[in-house]
Design a protein around this ligand. Structure first.
Ligand SMILES: Cc1cc2nc3c(=O)[nH]c(=O)nc-3n(C[C@H](O)[C@H](O)[C@H](O)COP(=O)(O)O)c2cc1C
Length: 151
């Protein structure tokens, strides 16, 4: 049985919408998924899970949002060797560093020893087009393919 945690940072709700969508898709596939807000979440808890999904919007000029700062710092001390992981984010293509938080977290998760099992998912604001919904479905499918469904 595989247990997944999805930890997200969202200020105005866009990243939370994507988090809800992906959580629903993973639950439909038979996984147990804990959905958690990043602010005040202790990354030590990630070690209990078989798979890790992180979601964050991007702030400033390609920066992590403030809700992610403490989590990001503490993540550096956690050993997540060989755990399947994936990152998604919401952003705005008006900014030169579109959805840069996705890359920032991907680099950090790689340092922590995880296996990134699917390409980072970048969505402009919220999923609206067929292409966006297909990208969310593909993200959930590729991640799920690396985990065992509940018995
Ligand atoms: C001050 C400010 C800075 C931002 N900087 C970026 C950025 O560098 N890159 C990006 O892709 N989006 C940037 N955004 C857009 C947000 O990431 C985008 O609105 C996102 O959907 C917000 O997600 P949330 O609703 O989950 O908080 C910025 C928005 C604001 C207001």
């Amino acid at each position: 049985m595989s247990k997944i945690v999805l930890v997200f940072a969202s200020m105005s709700g866009n990243t939370e919408d994507i988090a809800d969508l992906i959580t629903g898709k993973l639950r439909d596939k038979g996984f147990e998924v804990d959905l958690e807000e990043m602010e005040d979440y202790d990354p030590e808890n990630l070690a209990e899970y078989d798979g890790i999904v992180l979601g964050s919007y991007t702030w400033g000029d390609g920066d992590l949002p403030y809700e992610a700062d403490d989590f990001y710092e503490a993540l550096g001390d956690v050993d997540l060797s060989a755990k399947p992981a994936a990152v998604f984010g919401s952003g705005d293509t008006v900014y030169p560093e579109f959805c840069e938080a996705v890359h920032i977290f991907e680099r950090k998760l790689t340092e922590c020893g995880t296996n990134l099992v699917t390409q980072g998912l970048k969505i402009e604001f919220i999923p609206e087009t067929d292409e966006d919904f297909e990208a969310c479905e593909r993200f959930a499918e590729e991640f799920a393919a690396k985990l065992k469904v509940r018995a």
